[in-house]
Design a protein around this ligand. Structure first.
Ligand code: NAI
Ligand code: MG
Length: 357
C-alpha cells in the first residue's frame, strides 16, 4: 500500500480554493503515477467567510488540530469586509509563528516560457533562492500606540531580532549554500538600522567562519533591489529579514513570471511541526469566482512540498511540466496572455506529467 502523507488543506478565500484544487489534482496524479505513496487530504474551512460567521479566522484549538499533519497546503486568506491585519495575524502568522516555520523559501527562477518584463535577460540570469526570516524581525508585532487620536499621538513598531532567531535562519542559509554549491548573499541595512541590522551583519560574519567554503557577499537592501532588476545573476542563495524578504520576493516574482507563478514554503526544518506550502499571491477578490486564476503558483508550491518530503525527482518533473505547458502556450490563464480556465491549466499540467514518465 505504501506511505500515506496526511495533508491539512486550508483553501481559504477568493481564488484560494480555485488554485488549491489544481495543486491537489497534480499531487494525486503523481501519487497515481508513482504508486509507492498516496495523499490523504483533510479540509479546514477557515478564513474570512468563517470569520464572518463565527467571529474568528480559525478554531481556538486550530493549531492543535493541525499539529499531527505531515504538511499544510494553503490557498490564500483575506477578503473585503475583514480587515487585512486580522486575516493575516489570526491565521497565517499564527501558523507560521506557532509552528516555528522560521524559514520562508521563495524560489525566484525564470522558467522556460515564463513572461519576463526585463529586456535582454537570459533565462539563466534569474535563478535564485530567497530565504526569508519568517517568525520575528520587523513582523514580530512588538510596539505600542499611545495617546490614540490626541495631538501627542505616538506609534512604535519595534523590530525584534533574537540571537537564536537570527542565527538559525542564517545557519540554514549557509547550509543550503554549502549543499547546493552556490554563493550566499545577505541583504540588510546596517547603515540606517543601527541596532538590528548591525547585529544581523555581525551574525552573518560570525557564522560564516564555520563555512569557509561558501562564497559570500552582503548588500544593502536598496542597492539589492536595484540589482534584482539590473543584474539578477548576482544572486544565487539570498538570506534576509522578514520585511525585506517580503518586499524583495514580490519584486522577484515580478521579474520571474509574475504573481501567478510565485511559490513559497514555510518550513520548520527540524520537522517538529508541520510545514506550510502556499502560493505567494493573495485571494485576488477582483477575479475570484471567475475560474480564471492562474494555478501555476499553487502547483509550484505543491512541488516544494514534494521536495520537502524527499521526492526531488517528482518536484523537478512538476516544474518541467509547468515549463512545457508555458512553452507550448496551449493552456494559459489571461494573466499570461491566454484564454484558458484555472481547471484547464491544472489538467494540462497533470497530463504533461504522464508524458514525462
Ligand atoms: P493579490 O495577490 O490577491 O492580487 C494582486 C493582483 O494580482 C490582482 O490584480 C490579482 O487579480 C492578481 N493575481 C493574484 N494572484 C493571481 C493568480 N493566481 N492569477 C491571476 N492573477 C492573480 O493581492 P492584493 O490584491 O493586494 O490582496 C488581496 C487580498 O489578499 C487582501 O485581503 C490581502 O490581505 C490578501 N493577501 C493574502 C496573502 C496570503 O494569504 N498569503 C498574500 C497577499 C495578500
Ligand atoms: Mg507579501
Amino acid at each position: 500500500m505504501g506511505k500515506t502523507w496526511n495533508i491539512a488543506v486550508i483553501p481559504g478565500d477568493g481564488i484560494g480554493p480555485e488554485v488549491i484544487a489544481e495543486g491537489i489534482k497534480v499531487l494525486n496524479r503523481i501519487a497515481e503515477l508513482d504508486g509507492s505513496f498516496r495523499f490523504d487530504f483533510t479540509y479546514f474551512p477557515w478564513g474570512c467567510e468563517y470569520y464572518l460567521k463565527h467571529g474568528k479566522m480559525m478554531d481556538d484549538d486550530g493549531l492543535e488540530k493541525l499539529r499531527g499533519f505531515d504538511a499544510i497546503y494553503l490557498g490564500a486568506v483575506g477578503f473585503p469586509g475583514v480587515p487585512d491585519h486580522i486575516s493575516l495575524w489570526d491565521l497565517l502568522l499564527k501558523i507560521r509563528k506557532g509552528f516555528e516555520q522560521y524559514v520562508n523559501l521563495r524560489p525566484i527562477k525564470l522558467l522556460a516560457g515564463a513572461p519576463c518584463p526585463l529586456k535582454d535577460v537570459a533565462r539563466e540570469q534569474i535563478d535564485m533562492l530567497v530565504i526569508r526570516e519568517n517568525t520575528e524581525g520587523e513582523y514580530a508585532g512588538a510596539g505600542d500606540w499611545l495617546f490614540r487620536g490626541k495631538p501627542e499621538e505616538v506609534v512604535l513598531q519595534t523590530g525584534v531580532f533574537s540571537r537564536k532567531g537570527t542565527e538559525r535562519i542564517i545557519r540554514y542559509a549557509y547550509e543550503t549554500a554549502r549543499k547546493t554549491g552556490r554563493s550566499l548573499t545577505s541583504i540588510s541595512k546596517g547603515n540606517a538600522l543601527n541596532y538590528s541590522m548591525v547585529f544581523w551583519d555581525q551574525i552573518f560574519a560570525e557564522i560564516g567562519r564555520e563555512y569557509p567554503d561558501v562564497k559570500t557577499s552582503s548588500y544593502l537592501v536598496d542597492a539589492a533591489s536595484m540589482f534584482f532588476v539590473k543584474q539578477p545573476e548576482r544572486f544565487e542563495i539570498v538570506v534576509t529579514s522578514n520585511l525585506f524578504g517580503d518586499i524583495l520576493t514580490d519584486l522577484g516574482a515580478a521579474i520571474a513570471g509574475g504573481l501567478g507563478l510565485a511559490a513559497g514554503a514555510n518550513l520548520n526544518p527540524e520537522r517538529i511541526y508541520p510545514s506550510m506550502f502556499e502560493p505567494v499571491h493573495g485571494s485576488a477578490p477582483d477575479i475570484a469566482g471567475k475560474g480564471i486564476a492562474n494555478p501555476l503558483a499553487a502547483i509550484w508550491s505543491a512541488s516544494q512540498m514534494l521536495e520537502f518530503f524527499g521526492y526531488s525527482e517528482w518536484a523537478d518533473r512538476v516544474l518541467q511540466s509547468i515549463e512545457q505547458v508555458m512553452v507550448e502556450g496551449s493552456a494559459l490563464t489571461p494573466d499570461m496572455g491566454g484564454a484558458s480556465t484555472t481547471q484547464e491549466v491544472g489538467t494540462r499540467v497533470a497530463y504533461q506529467l504522464s508524458e514525462l514518465v
